[in-house]
Design a protein. Structure first.
Length: 241
């Protein structure tokens, strides 16, 4: 469990960017929760009851088809929050939010977040900037899937996961990666094998370790830098506001 001291700096970057006055106002409504792998935080068509500010966990935003096939369209780590339809006014969505890498998050009742958002303070500005960053990620994922090789895409995705959880060891199976990236497991096996031969990663059963981040960055497609740069631009903007 994280420290309960309200004066400690929160591990989530959105919360950490709030002025102390606004953050202290939220503290009574924030609850630390452990997120186990596979937990569905919200699902298609259901009213969102809680929003989550991940600490060291990673959540995938996923779309599913009628045949139960699915693909990830965005990642959320400690840079953001899960449940953005709440402050955009939709309250529900056609997608799913699924915990992929377990750890923890700060949870808040969705109605409380909406009321705080409508106060029009710094939290509102931060959440709108985050929504813009998330839209950039979704848009870049769409063009990436159509124009870049699986090797480029896998390198980019692994870097993004590492950014989310701030660890070199990623608890990921090839089957899981293939499902999220919308391809065959055999394809992921072959590409991961190539990255391992090149010394970028080490793969063992259910775990990928990033050995050479610079090499992985050189392999990743341009989409990684586009999304990362936009997030940094927005973070810099909010810190100077």
């Amino acid at each position: 469990m994280p420290p309960s001291n309200s004066n400690s700096v929160p591990d989530n970057r959105l919360l950490a960017s709030l002025p102390d006055e606004e953050y202290q106002r939220l503290v009574p409504y924030l609850e630390y929760v452990t997120l186990p792998p596979g937990q569905i935080l919200y699902q298609s068509g259901a009213v969102i009851q809680y929003v989550y500010f991940p600490t060291r966990s990673m959540v995938s935003l996923v779309s599913r088809l009628q045949d139960n096939s699915s693909a990830e369209f965005a990642l959320v780590g400690n840079e953001g929050m899960v449940g953005f339809p709440v402050f955009l006014g939709g309250n529900l969505t056609s997608s799913y939010a699924i915990v992929q890498i377990p750890d923890g998050a700060m949870r808040m009742n969705a109605d409380v977040l909406k009321m705080e958002f409508e106060r029009g303070g710094v939290l509102q500005r931060l959440l709108l900037l985050y929504a813009q960053a998330l839209f950039t990620q979704v848009a870049q994922n769409a063009v990436c899937k159509s124009h870049h090789t699986m090797k480029n895409r896998l390198a980019r995705w692994l870097l993004s996961v590492q950014d989310c959880i701030q660890k070199d060891e990623l608890p990921l199976t090839q089957q899981y990666i293939s499902t999220l990236l919308g391809t065959r497991r055999a394809t992921i096996t072959a590409v991961a094998g190539t990255l391992q031969q090149e010394g970028s990663i080490r793969y063992s059963r259910g775990r990928i370790t990033i050995l050479n981040r610079k090499a992985l960055e050189a392999t990743a497609c341009e989409c990684y830098e586009v999304v990362k740069s936009e997030c940094q631009r927005l973070l810099e903007r909010r810190s100077n506001s």
